[in-house]
Design a protein around this ligand. Structure first.
Ligand SMILES: Nc1ncnc2c1ncn2[C@@H]1O[C@H](COP(=O)(O)OP(=O)(O)OP(=O)(O)O)[C@@H](O)[C@H]1O
Ligand SMILES: [Mg+2]
Length: 255
């Protein structure tokens, strides 16, 4: 379960109001796409959900509880530029996410837990079409492959909430269709609530169950930082994507 409730949320940096009076309820397993002008506070909103930025005023709740003031395994994030470790293989990049969450103090998994982690990593590599590249290094992969691996790195920890900040923005338009299919499959199989920022309106309609537009309602031409953005449009996208995933896919991805 991961519903998100936003109540009278404000975010300011010094004199600059970035977000003002956001109010929102997002149900468990929604796929929310976010669109808005550059600098209007979209990334800031995701960073608050991740727990690396705090609201100035108001509340941000996950399942009714305030977002912890630090990132946790229940929330995963993927940025526009991949965040892979260049000196680790594809498989080890994926295993690393589990090693961090699985045995925080040892930093390494051993024995049965390692075998279990390895199986999970391999089935996820299969699901994102990277199993034949498991021993390659990031520099040997295409941009699309690297970004698929970055997404898998977040998903392997089974986050309840997945935050995507223009994850396909740096990719060749020709390969985004594959990426869309993969993200939709992972979303359904892992039962996540997704927030995805995109600058591509078509993509926001194709993927989302709901589209939020961030914009300023009021603007002071003499003091552009005086007012912040808020959700000016909240559009339900009539796509029936809350259907149960196929049992085979669930078995493949969720353990
Ligand atoms: N740590 C910070 N300190 C001060 N100001 C910040 C900080 N982070 C963001 N800002 C400011 O907050 C505003 C919103 O930034 P944010 O990155 O959230 O915008 P965005 O909507 O994601 O833009 P883009 O579409 O270009 O990625 C910007 O004016 C930015 O300069
Ligand atoms: Mg941004």
């Amino acid at each position: 379960m991961a519903s998100v409730t936003v109540k009278h949320l404000w975010k300011e940096y010094g004199d600059q109001v970035v977000l003002e009076n956001l109010n929102l309820h997002v149900a468990d397993r929604e796929f929310v796409t976010i669109i808005g002008a550059s600098g209007c506070g979209k990334t800031t909103f995701l960073r608050m959900l991740l727990g690396v930025e705090q609201p100035t005023k108001g509340q941000l709740l996950i399942d009714g509880q305030p977002v912890p003031a630090e990132p946790g395994p229940d929330r995963g994030i993927v940025f526009q530029r991949y965040s892979l470790f260049p000196h680790l293989s594809v498989l080890d990049n994926l295993m690393l996410g589990l090693e961090f969450s699985g045995s925080r103090w040892l930093g390494k998994l051993f024995g049965a837990r390692r075998r279990e982690a390895l199986e999970k990593a391999e089935s996820l590599l299969e699901a994102i079409g990277l199993h034949t590249a498991r021993d390659k290094y990031p520099s040997q992969l295409s941009g699309g492959m690297q970004q698929r691996l970055s997404i898998a790195q977040s998903v392997i920890r089974e986050p309840k909430i997945l935050l995507l900040d223009e994850p396909f923005g740096a990719l060749d338009p020709g390969i985004t269709a594959d990426m869309h299919e993969i993200i939709l499959r992972l979303w359904q199989a892992n039962r996540m609530t997704i927030f995805m920022i995109t600058h591509d309106l078509k993509e926001s309609f194709q993927l989302g169950t709901r589209l939020l537009v961030f914009d300023k309602r009021r603007h002071d031409p003499h003091a552009p930082e005086r007012y912040g953005a808020t959700v000016t449009y909240d559009i339900p996208l009539n796509r029936k994507k809350h259907t149960a995933p196929t049992p085979a896919l669930t078995a493949e991805l969720v353990r």
